[in-house]
Design a protein around this ligand. Sequence first.
Ligand SMILES: Nc1ncnc2c1ncn2[C@@H]1O[C@H](COP(=O)(O)OP(=O)(O)O)[C@@H](O)[C@H]1O
Ligand SMILES: [Mg+2]
Length: 488
Amino acid sequence: MGVVAVSIKCGKFPHPLTPSRKGRGDCKYQTVKRCRIAGVTVSTVNILIVEDDPLFGVSLKRSIESAGYQVSLAKNGSEALQIASEQRLDLLLQDMQLPDSNGLDVMQDILSNQPSCRALVMTGYASIEIAVEAMKRGAFDFVTKPIPMELLIYKFRRLVEFRQMEIEVEFCQGKKGNIVSKSPIIRDLLATASLVAETSSTVMIMGDSGTGKELLAEYIHNASKRKGKPLIKVNCATIPENLVESELFGVVKGAFTDAHKDKPGLIEEADGGTLFLDEVGELPLQMQAKLLRVLEEKKITRVGGVRPRQTDFRLITATNRNLRSMVEEKTFREDLWYRLNVIPLSIPQLRERKEDIPLLIAYFQMHHQQGQEKLTLKISPEALDLLCCYSYPGNVRELKNIVEQLGILYAKELITPRHLPLSLRESTWIGHLFESFPVGRLLKDAVSDFEMRYIEKVLASVSNKKNLASEILGISRKSLWEKLVKAQ
Ligand SMILES: Nc1ncnc2c1ncn2[C@@H]1O[C@H](COP(=O)(O)OP(=O)(O)O)[C@@H](O)[C@H]1O
Ligand SMILES: [Mg+2]
């Protein structure tokens, strides 16, 4: 089993899921130290290397430790099982051939007790059958020795960072309802929302579709003293116009032909609790006037009725339209707008808080379930990169749908870029590339330009290591060398 020379510098990595762009010799890896979230320390990622070759095992351990991680080393299967029984493991680097047992049996044993642990299998003998067998038995990924240390660390670093995200998600659960975020903007928004929750003030939530407006409304309701009372959600865009009034205000028997009995409206049902009017910009003008009256008088009268009833509800509205300009166009009443816009809360688009993307992916994949079985998706580092740079016009909802789709279609496979939706693949890296691509050139020149730029990018991401770059590119070292010479 080969011994690999290692040289790794330790430092802070700019983005958790993108390779260093600094290039030549400047290989930096993120240090996952004990991290503090909301003032509390979250435990670090625990790594176990199971490797019987002492030289390789120790050098691997040292290099990973020098990147800032906590690592244990086991020389054989029984030591590995012993360590696994004593501590929570997040990552397992598993050699296939061990003196006392089969590496895959050891791995399977560990994974059955620690399902959230990710296993990377290392073997001296490359064969498709072994790889398939390893993946079937729960391995996350597979590498063949001798392993270029940078490649191992690249794969490994992404796995660790993703695991770190999962730990953050586990930790944050319940603290902020189901709102998962590490963005400072969202943190401030939630702080304001918590303060507002203690009052009965009217709140208006603004944000594009899928940004989490409804989730924020739930958060406010659950953080308020109205929590035990109903939260009534009304989507103003989906109730037919002729039914809006009776739905909201209720009807008395005989008010119109279909009104066979007295029926309370949704506003009345929210008594003591919260009324959430989603897409309030879609409310017809005539209804806007009636809603304004209810807000002023705190009383409602059912359709066909005469007796006003006292109501007590907190109103939260949401809109993805610019109500201010609707006021100017006279499609939304100005006096109502003032009434609703007491506490405005605005949720930014997902692309404006990209740091939330890996965290949300970790969250959605952890909550992915198939039937009764909870599954952890295997998303490759390359696929994660793509998922992290997409612009998400449908915001968090779109990201959630993509992760769910991947879970349904590829629950047991390693998800690589080719598994991602075409729209995402096209609009991300090709899209970015072409933004700055000059037109008016011959196709062959454009193609070779593209080729060179891509090769340079790959080389930079692996600190100019040509053997590793050629492996990633899928070409021989010789042909990489020829391309580089030709380009000079
Ligand atoms: N920060 C977040 N953390 C977890 N889930 C989120 C977050 N933001 C949005 N979601 C999820 O995304 C989906 C869309 O959110 P929703 O509140 O319905 O958006 P909107 O009302 O703005 O269209 C929902 O399934 C919601 O649970
Ligand atoms: Mg909504």
